[in-house]
Design a protein around this ligand. Sequence first.
Ligand code: PLP
Length: 394
Amino acid sequence: MYTESLVKFGKVRSEIRDLFEYGMKRKAEIGAENVFDFSIGNPSVPAPDCVNDAIKELVDDFDAVALHGYTSAQGDANVRETVANYINDKFNAGISADNIYMTCGAAASLSIVMNAVLQAGDECIVIKPYFPEYGVFLERTGAKLVEVDPEEKTFQIDIEKMSSAINEKTKMVVINSPNNPSGVVYKKDNVLAFCKLLKEKEEEYGHPIFLVSDEPYRALVYDDIELPYLINHYDNTFVCYSYSKALSLPGERIGYVVVSPKIANYEDAYAAVCGSGRALGYVCAPAMWQRVIAKCIDKTSDVSIYKKNRDLFYNSLTEMGYECVYPDGAFYLFVKAMEDDSRAFAEKAKKHELLVVPADSFGAPGYVRVSYCVNTEQIERALPAFKALAEEYK
Ligand code: PLP
C-alpha cells in the first residue's frame, strides 16, 4: 500500500542512531558519566558568539514579518551574494549569487543534486568508506550506487580502481573530504589526478560526468593541508556545503549548493537544481538561518578543541596497539577492529561501556568509527576502557 523502499527506510534505523538510542538508555541506567558514547557526529563545540549576536540583531532590527517570511525559493538574494563573495574571496572561484541555491543542510544539498541529475540506468560512484545516507538520497532516482575501494592504508582515492569503475553509465561521482567516517583528507595531488582522470573519461564517453563535492567538514582540517576548491579544477562540479559542523548548527538545517558557472549547459543545470528543490519540497531554506549565516560568513566554531581531541585520542589508541587511519580532518577516528567482524568487536566494546560504530554500513567492514566530538574529559576517562578492550585480544 505504501512505497516499499520508503517504508524500509522508515523502519530500519541507521546503525549510528541505534547505538545512540542504546547509549541514552544505558546512561539512564548507570549514569551518563559511566557511558563512553562515541557514536554520533553531533558537534560538541558551541556555535561561536556571532551566531547568538546575529539572532539578537535580526530580531531587534529586522522587520518581523519579513524576518520570518518566505525568501525566494533558491534563497535570499543578499544572502546568496554574501555567500558567493565569500567563496570568491577565499577560492577565487568566479561565481555569483546565481550559482548558489540555499538548502536545509548538506543532506538536502545532496538529495537535490542527485535528484536533479540522476535517472534510472545511471551509475553514481562513491568511494569507500562513505556516508551511508548517499544510498537513501539517490534511491528514488533509480540510479545505481557503485562503491569503489580507496588506496589501501592511506584511504586516498585509488585512481586506477576509479579508472576501471567508470563506464558509459557513470553520470556522477561523489567525494567527501574531510571524510566521514575515516577523517582522511584527500591530498591535493590525489584530487587533481582524479579530476584529470574524470576529464579523460568525459572525453572517452562523450558526456559529462558530474563531480559532487560533499563538504560539511571543509572547515575542520587540523594540519597544514590545502583542500582544493573543486570548481577551480573540474568544470562539471556541484559543491554541497553545510554549516552543521562548521558553525555547530546541525539542528538548524542550513547549507547550500554551488553550481559551477562552467558546468555543462549551466542554465539547465541551475534550473534542474531549483526544480529538484521544488519537487522535493525544499524551497526556501530557513529564512532566519540564511541571514544568520550571512552575518557569520567568515566565522567557524573553535575547531582547536577537536584537534586537541584528535591528538590525544589518536596518540593514545595507537600506543595501545590499535591501528588507526591518520585523520587530518572531520571529527572521526577510523579504527581497525581487533577481529574480522567489526560488529562483534563493537559488541565487545559495549561490555566496557564504549560505544563505537561498526563501519559495515559505511562500506568498510573490519573497521569501527569513533566520533571524538565530545568533551576531552570523556576521552581521558575512556582510555582505560579502550586499554582493557585491547587486552582482551592479546
Ligand atoms: N555528508 C556527510 C559526509 C555527513 O557526515 C553529513 C552529516 O553528518 C551530511 C552529509 C549531512 O549533513 P547535514 O547535517 O548538513 O545535512
